[in-house]
Design a protein around this ligand. Structure first.
Ligand SMILES: NC(=O)c1ccc[n+]([C@@H]2O[C@H](COP(=O)([O-])OP(=O)(O)OC[C@H]3O[C@@H](n4cnc5c(N)ncnc54)[C@H](OP(=O)(O)O)[C@@H]3O)[C@@H](O)[C@H]2O)c1
Length: 280
């Protein structure tokens, strides 16, 4: 049995789906079980929060591996890590971030690193999936596309290697379920580098309508993220990663997906075709 937290999210929902499709028993640990009603009968669902450790302990019953995320503060996370270790959970896989490697001094770089260290300190066999920017971050563009055919772009023509949540989940599932896997940290990127204007051109092509990229400043990007509900310090930290892309420091490509999964990562255009309806 695998316990998946964040199971209603972009990556966690795919971890659940991929585990189930591979024939594994899954329990989702979620704040709102109703969000997983569509999976009724296919998985166990346990209600709980990252700050309800007793509910988490109960959800660990019979669990061999747990999928965790950077949620909440260090104290609550340490408690969950210790609860998992006390129940002899064989493996913990955390959705971390490439910012641990590339922008370690930023708030998000430090926060992910701290949680990684807490899992290791608890004595768990912990594995860290460190993705670059998600392709699904482009959902942030949906409002501007629908309203005026415009994408606000703080990254100029800088190139990055965005990664599909489907590939991140697949690496996490491999790390959870493969007893022979030995890699502790996995930098997960897409297989190609691409700029925002190039992504927007592909979107225009697949939506079959003209779209415009409008350059914005990094400060405006912080404000936009804050307006979308992201707390200001986190928004500012995210924008540090935009800055590194804009300055040409965001184009690292890793071979992790191909090496671990034996296939190439999804290209942005492939991912886009799978999700194009979300942009209409
Ligand atoms: N986006 C990127 O480019 C990027 C790059 C590198 C790393 N990352 C990492 O990936 C994470 C985002 O992953 P994602 O897109 O899959 O997340 P997401 O779609 O935002 O989903 C977050 C999940 O966490 C759950 N959650 C939030 N607070 C919780 C709490 N207090 N207790 C229990 N569950 C809680 C949410 O449940 P509810 O449904 O109840 O809200 C949801 O299932 C980032 O936070 C970061 O750590 C992201």
């Amino acid at each position: 049995m695998y316990l998946v937290t964040g199971a209603s999210g972009n990556v966690g929902s795919l971890v659940v789906e991929q585990l189930v499709n591979a024939g594994h028993a899954v329990r989702a640990y979620v704040r709102s079980p109703s969000k997983l009603a569509h999976l009724n009968g296919r998985i166990d669902v346990a209600a709980g929060d990252y700050d309800t450790p007793d509910a988490f302990s109960r959800a660990l019953d019979g669990v061999q591996g747990v999928f965790l995320m950077n949620i909440g503060g260090a104290e609550g996370f340490r408690e969950l890590a210790q609860r998992a270790a006390a129940r002899d959970v064989a493996r913990a896989v955390m959705l971390s971030s490439a910012m641990v490697e590339f922008l370690p001094e930023t708030m998000l770089g430090r926060a992910h690193r701290e949680k990684e260290d807490l899992l290791t300190a608890a004595g768990l066999d912990a594995r860290f999936v460190r993705p670059t920017g998600f392709m699904s971050n482009s959902y942030l563009w949906v409002h501007g596309i629908r309203a005026e055919g415009v994408v606000a772009n703080p990254m100029g023509t800088g190139r990055a290697a965005p990664v599909a949540p489907e590939d991140i989940a697949a690496v996490a599932v491999r790390a959870l379920t493969d007893p022979g896997s030995t890699e502790k940290t996995m930098l997960v990127t897409g297989g190609e580098t691409i700029s925002v204007p190039e992504q927007v051109a592909l979107l225009a092509q697949w939506l079959d309508r003209p779209l415009r990229c409008v350059d914005i400043t990094l400060d405006q990007a912080v404000e936009n993220l804050a307006r979308a509900g992201i707390p200001h310090p986190i928004a500012a930290s995210i924008v540090k990663s935009y800055e590194s892309v804009r300055e040409g420091r965001g184009a690292t490509v890793s071979d992790t997906v191909e090496r671990l999964l034996g296939r190439k990562p999804l290209r942005f255009e492939q991912w886009l075709k799978m999700h194009i309806d979300a942009f209409r």
